[in-house]
Structure formats: structure tokens, C-alpha cells
Design a protein around this ligand. Sequence first.
Ligand code: EPU
Length: 300
Amino acid sequence: MRAIDRLRAAGRLEEGIALGPLTSYKLGGPARYLVRVGGEEDLREAYSMSAEEGLQIVALGRGSNVVVADDGFGGIVLRPGPALAHHRISDEGVVVAGSGVPLPLLARETARAGRGGLEFYTGIPGSVGGAVRMNAGCHGSETRDVLISARVFDGATATAGDRSPDDLDLSYRHSNLDDLEFVIEARFETFARPADEAEGTIREISRWRRKNQPGGTLNAGSVFKNPPGDSAGRIIDELGLKGMACGAVSVSERHGNFFVAADGATASDLHRLVGLVRARVLEETGMDLEPEVRFVGEFP
Ligand code: EPU
């Protein structure tokens, strides 16, 4: 029996699932296949299916850094299911969290328990798996600073193992994980901190975000990575590109590195705008900004 049939028979394979609602941009078409990962057995089967059927496979967390093509994605999407939404704090203050746990929730609950270190996650609307995959960070902290290890399933060998930040080669918005690897859970270090202090830091970060970023709009945070020593938002702003639009997607007036989607927007509009802004910045400054958002599926 092929893996696709086993997954189907076990009721683990969903077909034609709309991906837009699973991303912060709310754009794009359906996934041909989706597996809500409960554990290693699902992963073993999904990677076997990918190899046997010759289908691309991608991991999707909370979709806060992903743009899905209007025609959707013809492969397999792996998404942490309810079994990977657990988190707990040990007596020593080690936080163990499944890859599906939302970062802002982890920040709040850790702070409430009188532990510090993860407050910055309140400013990142992604998941634990996404944070490990891209070394997510903000406000001077990044995942590398707090991660003890991540349990990663390797689809190439069909085995899981623990990886340290060095094993993962975490650096600014980067890890060495690829599509054949899936983060199952992560362990974070925290320190004792009075809950009211930690919660105060969380409130400050939230205030800062409301003031500086276009909250309440459809976006995926920063579109481009920052070039060393500078800010993509500042560069885009200085070039007068705020308000520039393709269809119903435009460069935010509040922050040049946020592109916001209005009613009627398509993923292709967004993809075109990213290309246009990138080309203008290259032309005017010689700097080639690298996108931070990930495009999934086929774009024209
Ligand atoms: N700036 C402008 N005009 C703009 C935007 C920014 O002049 O339109 C200036 C700001 O005044 C500031 C500087 O550029 O002097 C940097 O801006 P900001 O503090 O907003 O930070 P950023 O470099 O744009 C980075 C991260 C954000 C993170 C913030 C806060 C990247 C690509 N972005 O933004 O991360 O929230 O710092 O720590 O590293 C994300 O990755 O999705 C993200 C939102």
C-alpha cells in the first residue's frame, strides 16, 4: 500500500483545503493535500507520500510570513495539529512548546508564570515552529538567544533528533532547515522574573507595535530582511515608495517594509509589488533586498 492510501484510510489526509484563511494575508488558493501533524508517524507517512508521488512538501505554521499563490499549492502542506499545541514550564524554568503554539500566547503565559526571556515573542504573530525555522526575533532578541534545542523530524532519514541553535545554524532570520525537515517542539530557557515586570514589558512591546506597525491590516510583517546595519523600511521610505501599489496591495504609509492587502487583493498583486519595490531599491541604491516572506506555489 502506498503512503497516500494509508494516510487516506487513516483519515489523516485532507484534500483541496483553502490556504488563505491559514495565513495572515488571507490570500491564495487551496492546498492539494494537507496533513495536520499529530506526531512522528504522520510525518513519516507524509514524507513517504511526498517521495512516492513526487510532490513538493512544505511546513506551514500560523502563516504569518507566507504568501500562497492564487492557484494554490499542488503539493503537501504539513501543519502542526492540536497534539503539537501543548506547552509546559518545568520547575527549572525550561519551557517546552509544541511547534503549533502561537508565540504571543507563549510570551503571555510564560510571563504570567513569573518567568522572563520570552516577552519579545508577543511582537511576533507566528508559531514556535516558524520561530525556530527563521530564528524569529524583534526588539533586540531573537530565538537563538532563548532556544535550548528543537526536536526536528528529518524526512530524508525518517528520524527525529534534538538540535541546538548551533546545529540549526541560527543567524539573522535564518536556519539551515529545509522542506524535508519539520520542527516538532522546542525547549526554551527562561529566568525568574516577577510576573508584573514581565507583563509590563509585554505591554510596552504591544504599545510600540501599535504605534510603529500597521496593525489591523492584512500583512505578513516585514516583507524584506534588513540589509546589514540598515532597515529595509527606512530605505523604502526614503525612496518615496510608501503608497506604491499593485492592484489592491500597497506599501504601508506607516511602515515601508509592510505591504498591506485591501479587499480584492490577489497574491499575484503582492508578488508583483515585491518585485517592483525590489527593482527600484536595486536601481537607486545598488542594494538587492532579500524577501523575508516566503512565496508558496507558482507565481507568474
Ligand atoms: N523607518 C523609517 N521609515 C519607515 C520604517 C522605518 O524611517 O517607513 C526607520 C525607523 O524610524 C527606525 C528604523 O527605520 O529608525 C528601523 O525601523 P523599525 O524600528 O520599525 O524596525 P525594522 O528594522 O523595520 C525590525 C524587524 C521587525 C521587528 C522590528 C522591531 C526585520 C526585517 N524587521 O524592523 O520584524 O518587529 O525590527 O524589533 O528585521 C518581521 O520580521 O516581520 C518584523 C516585523
